[in-house]
Design a protein around this ligand. Structure first.
Ligand SMILES: [Ca+2]
Ligand SMILES: [Ca+2]
Length: 161
């Protein structure tokens, strides 16, 4: 017979591998790993703020809750978020420092993934420096003081046996 520790180790390894793919069955099989009111997808927990906020305030509110503004890194992750109430939301991308140089971050890690709509970022009125996911799932730059739905994200707690 296999040692118990080995069996448990193998089971958690399988769960981990399935979770990194972010599929829904995984979310169901370890539901409850996120704090109450947070939804899980893959290795992350997400929560929508109750009010629409300007970009900088949205970022601050997430930090206050021990999380960061969302930065989806695939079409699948974007669709999951769109299906959680709001099809339109802020992402942690801006060109505030230097016009035209977009900085997208997952917490403090730079993210290379981009999904701009054709013709965007347009820097409309010379004032669009913050990015949103549009209804269609692609990105647009808008004015940072727009009031937009906000999701925060935090890593899902690791399972320990
Ligand atoms: Ca801009
Ligand atoms: Ca634009």
């Amino acid at each position: 017979m296999l040692p118990k520790r080995l069996v448990i180790g193998l089971i958690s390894l399988c769960l981990m591998i399935r979770c990194t793919g972010g599929n829904e069955r995984c979310g169901a099989s370890i539901r409850g790993a996120c704090p109450p009111a947070w939804s899980q997808w893959g290795g992350k927990c997400y929560k929508q703020l109750s009010e629409n906020l300007p970009w900088a305030e949205a970022k601050q509110e997430c930090i206050k809750m021990g999380s960061v503004l969302v930065m989806p890194q695939s079409q699948e992750e974007t669709e999951f978020l769109q299906n959680r109430v709001s099809p339109r939301f802020w992402i942690d991308c801006n060109d505030l420092q230097r016009e035209g140089t977009w900085v997208c971050q997952d917490g403090t890690t730079d993210v290379e993934y981009r999904n701009w709509r054709e013709g965007e970022p347009s820097n409309g009125w010379g004032k669009e420096d913050c990015a949103v996911v549009r209804r269609a799932g692609d990105w647009n730059d808008v004015k940072c003081d727009s009031q937009i739905p906000t999701f925060c994200q935090r890593p899902a707690p690791q399972l320990h046996f």
